[in-house]
Design a protein around this ligand. Structure first.
Ligand SMILES: Cc1ncc(COP(=O)(O)O)c(C=O)c1O
Length: 280
């Protein structure tokens, strides 16, 4: 488990995480009425910060929470948290809930002050030299997975099943089609071409998958956006899981069967090198 660092931020105040207090009437606690972001930091520098702030603002707008900060203030919050936690490698978690009201009611007041909480956690290094394994599970989430909502019960249960199976993540299947991982996006490689599902309500628009696709295109790889039937994924040369704190994880086994050669593939090796160079 990634351990939190000392200094957090609550509603504009920087304080030790152990001293941060939130009301039990906060709608984030009562209803999961909240959104979040996770921003990786390498050598004290936040990675893809603008993309994370843009998605944070998009998530807030999608659930009708008024923007508590402009982009400059989000940037300041992130850089200040990094500085107060002594820089280096970490992940910044930001959560914005609709705030605390005087009681519990599904209907919300439109003038409630949002609760803005942020903390820094350790960013653990990965060793992907032998690849990772994944399992498949039915996608049992709601119909707006494009919103980075903190209501993650279905993701939590799926990720727990993956962990119990010794897998890094569960790849979720809706009907016959791959949507995404419980905590990651999915990219296939078929004969040197990268394939991913188009963004839409069924998946989170991943900052890492967008960045990886852009890097691969620049390097001359063809990239396509298509729906992915599960059999197509299982027959792919390579399968990758991407995420802000995960980077690009090469999947070498799915439900116990090998992917491609059963080893991290050559396209992963090439694109991961570009990704690591861009992230350092
Ligand atoms: C459900 C889901 N999909 C995709 C991703 C990848 O998004 P990003 O690359 O922005 O971290 C995540 C990351 O946590 C996720 O939880």
């Amino acid at each position: 488990m990634a351990q939190p660092l000392d200094i957090a931020s609550l509603n504009g105040e920087f304080l030790p995480l152990a001293e941060a207090r939130i009301s039990p009437l906060d709608r984030g606690f009562l209803f999961g009425d909240a959104i979040y972001e996770v921003i990786p930091v390498y050598a004290g520098v936040p990675h893809l910060l603008d993309a994370h702030i843009a998605r944070l603002e998009r998530s807030l707008a999608a659930i009708d929470i008024p923007l508590p900060h402009d982009a400059g203030a989000w940037r300041h919050l992130v850089t200040e948290l990094i500085r107060r936690n002594d820089g280096g490698a970490m992940a910044i978690y930001i959560q914005v809930s609709r705030g605390a009201e005087t009681g519990r009611d599904h209907v919300y007041a439109t003038d409630t002050r949002p609760t803005v909480f942020a903390m820094a956690t350790e960013l653990q290094p990965h060793d992907y030299s032998d690849g990772v394994s994944a399992i498949t599970l039915p996608d049992e989430r709601w119909a707006r997975c494009d919103i980075k909502a903190t209501a993650l019960l279905a993701n939590v249960l799926a990720r727990q099943k993956a962990a119990a199976a010794g897998a890094v993540d569960a790849i979720l299947i809706d009907g016959d089609e791959v949507t995404e991982g419980a905590v990651s996006s999915v990219i296939l490689v078929e004969q040197q071409t990268l394939v991913r599902r188009p963004h839409g309500n069924e998946v989170l628009p991943g900052t890492t998958t967008d960045h990886v696709i852009a890097l691969a295109r620049e390097a001359g790889y063809a990239c396509r956006e298509e729906l992915i039937p599960v059999q197509r994924m299982l027959a792919a040369d390579e399968v990758w899981l991407t995420g802000a704190t995960k980077g690009i994880a090469p999947v070498v086994r799915i439900d116990g069967s090998p992917v491609g050669t059963g080893r991290p593939g050559p396209v992963w090796t090439a694109v991961n090198r570009l990704y690591e160079a861009a992230a350092s």
